[in-house]
Design a protein around this ligand. Structure first.
Ligand code: NAP
Length: 286
């Protein structure tokens, strides 16, 4: 039987899906979840767990029993079976909220880069599926600064490229809050929400803010351009590393301003990177 507010959260062990799971539980909504490894998933007690990846149509189908609405996080290696996955969701559920990306360009064909193409492909499948859909298109996540955890634990210097690149880092809890609205309220059908954090911070500033949260004088050290690709491969997949570095280079001279969409939807300012840093001190601590 399909009930309202019977929600499947994919990516429930990840940044946004994890925050979404906690926010739904706080509203007395217990969603279904899906993980490849329940033993390490560390999901809150009482949350029903199906086993598998959202990119595996069979596993996803099993997780969809009785589900009305789906929060879909789309992994990069799942492209081949995207059509089957969307068809499986459309056969069972009514509503879908997709964690997409601000990289998608509605005016471009083909899309400008592999990240945009990846997300645009699944968006197109969903648009044609008959589902009620909402696309969350965020800019860079505050959680991306986790790439520096090893360096910050080891010392006070963070080495990287494009220190002057500015980003409106968005807090995963704010993305989750928009997802809660889109999953549980009417009025979001057919929306493509371009979601940013409230303030542009260069990477140099991000490191300083992390240091202030930790009570340590962290500082940025720019690496030679020739080392940038190898350094980025420590946290990025080979298939997207050049796209991401090109994006960083563009953000040095032309950082994108906040969109204000998240604030309009939530009726309050977005969470700051300073708040994110304060909440994640333990992860960066030796
Ligand atoms: N980072 C950014 O700045 C940014 C910006 C815009 C858009 N996005 C998009 O946001 C999405 C990522 O969101 P997130 O950070 O919340 O997710 P995440 O923390 O990377 O978690 C994704 C979850 O998906 C599950 N999963 C299933 N199959 C997977 C696979 N083959 N590879 C990796 N994970 C798999 C994993 O859960 P189990 O291990 O429990 O199965 C994982 O915890 C991506 O689609 C990305 O393109 C990111």
């Amino acid at each position: 039987m399909v009930r309202d507010n019977n929600i499947l959260v994919t990516g429930a062990t990840g940044n946004v899906g994890g925050a979404l799971l906690r926010q739904l539980l706080a509203r007395d909504i217990t969603p279904q979840s899906l993980t490849r490894d329940p033993a390490t998933a560390n999901l809150p007690p009482g949350v029903p767990v199906a086993i598998g990846s959202q990119a595996d149509p069979a596993a996803l189908t099993a997780a969809l029993d009785g589900v009305d609405s789906v929060f879909l996080v789309w992994p990069f290696d799942g492209v081949d079976r995207a059509a089957e996955v969307v068809a499986a969701i459309a056969a069972r559920a009514r509503r879908i909220v997709l964690l997409s990306s601000a990289a998608v360009d509605d005016t471009a064909d083909p899309q400008p880069d592999p990240i945009a193409e990846h997300h645009a492909r699944i968006e197109r499948l969903i648009e044609d599926s008959g589902l009620e859909w909402t696309f969350l298109r965020p800019f860079a996540f505050a959680a991306n600064t986790r790439q520096w955890i090893g360096q910050v634990r080891a010392g006070d210097v963070v080495r990287g490229s494009h220190g002057g690149a500015g980003f409106t880092l968005v807090h995963e809890a704010d993305l989750a809050e928009v997802a809660v609205r889109a999953l549980t309220e009417d009025g979001h059908q057919g929306a493509r929400y371009l979601l940013s954090g409230p303030t542009v911070h260069t990477q140099i500033e991000q490191v300083r803010i992390l240091g202030e949260a930790l009570g340590r004088p962290l500082r940025w050290q720019e690496i030679p351009p020739g080392e940038a690709r190898a350094a980025a491969l420590s946290w990025l997949d080979e298939s997207i590393v050049d796209t991401v570095l090109a994006g960083y280079a563009a953000m040095v001279d032309n950082p994108l301003p906040p969109t204000g969409v998240l604030e309009q939807l939530l009726g309050r300012p977005g969470r700051s990177f300073r708040e994110w840093a304060a909440e994640h001190v333990a992860e960066f601590t030796r």
